[in-house]
Ligand binder design. Structure first.
Ligand code: HSE
Length: 442
């Protein structure tokens, strides 16, 4: 029985200072819950001058990473600097030295997770990463432990607060993508370079992590189809609303016949579905399990204290295991690393769903029949068509909703349509997921 577990944090930024604050302020509570004293022994950052609003005990703050990595008494190494390097090398060194690792670094895990988990398995240490997905929502623990009884068939997540904030404002106030993005940057909600958030890359990182655990397959980032929200206009949001849908940036992982779909894209979902009510910077993750049915978890997907809450949860989990000598009681990926299978991914071309298309065209006779003709030739059946008034230049949006169609056929049809001379712009597509409406549960 170990009585003290020593923790070292690398990175004293937003999440690092939140984590330190919780460890210091809640030390008694955490120690009672962990069954051992959880001690913040080191905080390492290049910048040891800036006031982070957390008073560290003397001798804790350092700018020398070796103070952590070479400390034989350090049990848990917490990486909170983000990015690929040097985070990857420091984590591998910590593992090599037999230290357990906690990280919030989804980009690193999505790109190099298999290398890190394999090294940790060899060394018999834990790698925990609750804060990498859904901020403060315990969705990884929920999946690995709470839903352990289930074959998971579906994960659907709103996993990026920035994108969800932008879409929420566009939906509520009719603002354009660029207007909201500028505001979000001014208010500090969006990064100066928002590419990862708005182009779906951050969401794809999170989907790699969640689908690896849910389906027990080694999913890699290049297997995830990724499309962002930057081409969505208020016109699309307004059409969606007329059709009874809300537009969300979704991460979708679905297992059928042994193959998994992993895709991130703007999606229309029924406006009365629970996920449609996830607003602003909030995140939610929705699972479908064969025993439990539908489960949804909701909460703050980012922020100093919610993310710190998830990091500390991992620290306490590991401290509990260390104190009773049962490291890796729950494997990092929900099953022993050696049991994970190579991923069998359903090619995006084979994915089937309903589609919303918006074509910007010159308003002239025969346009509609030409477009529907091409769709018909490709076996795509139209469910409804809406055309609204011309703009000052005579351009008009034609909106179509299809019945279920295969992605390959849709791409072939859109390629032909985009080359027709009266089509003024690249067609805009938004996939539609019917999901189950709330009505179904009444
Ligand atoms: N950049 C992420 C978001 C937060 O906007 O949700 C951290 O994962």
């Amino acid at each position: 029985m170990k009585e003290t577990v020593n923790v070292g944090i690398l990175g004293f930024g937003t999440v690092g200072s939140g984590t330190a604050r919780i460890l210091l302020e809640n030390r008694d509570l955490l120690s009672v819950r962990a069954g051992c004293d959880v001690v913040l022994k080191w905080v390492c950052d290049k910048d040891t001058v800036t006031d982070r609003g957390v008073e560290l005990p003397d001798g804790v703050l350092t700018d020398k990473i070796d103070n952590l990595l070479d400390d034989p008494e350090l049990d848990i190494f917490v990486e909170l600097i983000g990015g690929i390097e040097p985070a990857r090398s420091f984590i591998l060194r910590a593992i090599e030295k037999g230290k357990h690792v906690v990280t919030a670094n989804k980009a690193l895990l999505a790109a190099h997770g298999l290398e890190i988990f394999s090294a940790a398995a060899e060394k018999g240490v834990e790698v925990a990463f609750e804060a990498s997905v859904g901020g403060g929502i315990p969705c990884i623990k929920g999946l690995k432990e709470g839903l352990v009884a289930n074959h998971i068939s579906t994960i659907i997540g709103i996993m990026n607060g920035t994108a969800n904030y932008i879409l929420t404002r566009m939906t509520r106030y009719g603002d354009t993508f660029q207007e909201v993005l500028k505001d979000a940057q001014r208010l500090g909600y969006a990064e100066a370079d928002p590419t990862y958030d708005v182009e779906g890359i951050d969401t794809a990182h999170k989907l790699v992590i969640m689908s690896t655990i849910a389906f027990g397959q080694k999913v890699t980032l290049d297997q995830v189809y990724t499309e962002g929200i930057s081409r969505i206009t208020p016109t699309d949001i307004a059409f969606a609303s007329e059709l009874g849908f809300i537009v969300k940036l979704l991460a979708i992982g679905r297992l059928s016949n042994g193959q998994i779909e992993v895709r991130v894209h703007p999606t229309m979902i029924p406006e009365d579905h629970l996920l449609s009510h996830v607003q602003g910077a909030y995140n939610a993750v929705y699972f479908m399990g064969d025993a439990v049915g539908k489960v949804m978890m909701y909460g703050m997907g980012a922020g100093q204290m919610p993310t710190g809450s998830a990091v500390v949860a991992d620290i306490v989990d590991i401290a509990r295991n260390i104190s009773v000598g049962s490291a890796n009681r729950v494997p990092s990926l929900g099953m022993p690393f050696a049991s994970l299978k190579e991923a069998e991914i359903k090619p995006m071309d084979k994915v089937i769903c309903k589609y919303y298309f918006r074509f910007m065209v010159k308003d002239s006779p025969g346009v509609l029949s030409k477009i529907s003709g091409v769709l018909g030739e490709n076996g795509i059946s139209i469910q409804s068509v809406v055309q609204k008034g011309r703009d000052s230049e005579g351009a008009v949006p034609i909106v179509m909703v299809t019945h279920e169609a295969e992605e390959a056929r849709v791409n072939a049809a859109l390629d032909t349509i985009s080359h027709i001379d009266f089509v003024l712009d690249q067609p805009l597509t938004i996939r539609i997921e019917d999901l189950d409406s709330l009505e179904d549960s009444l």
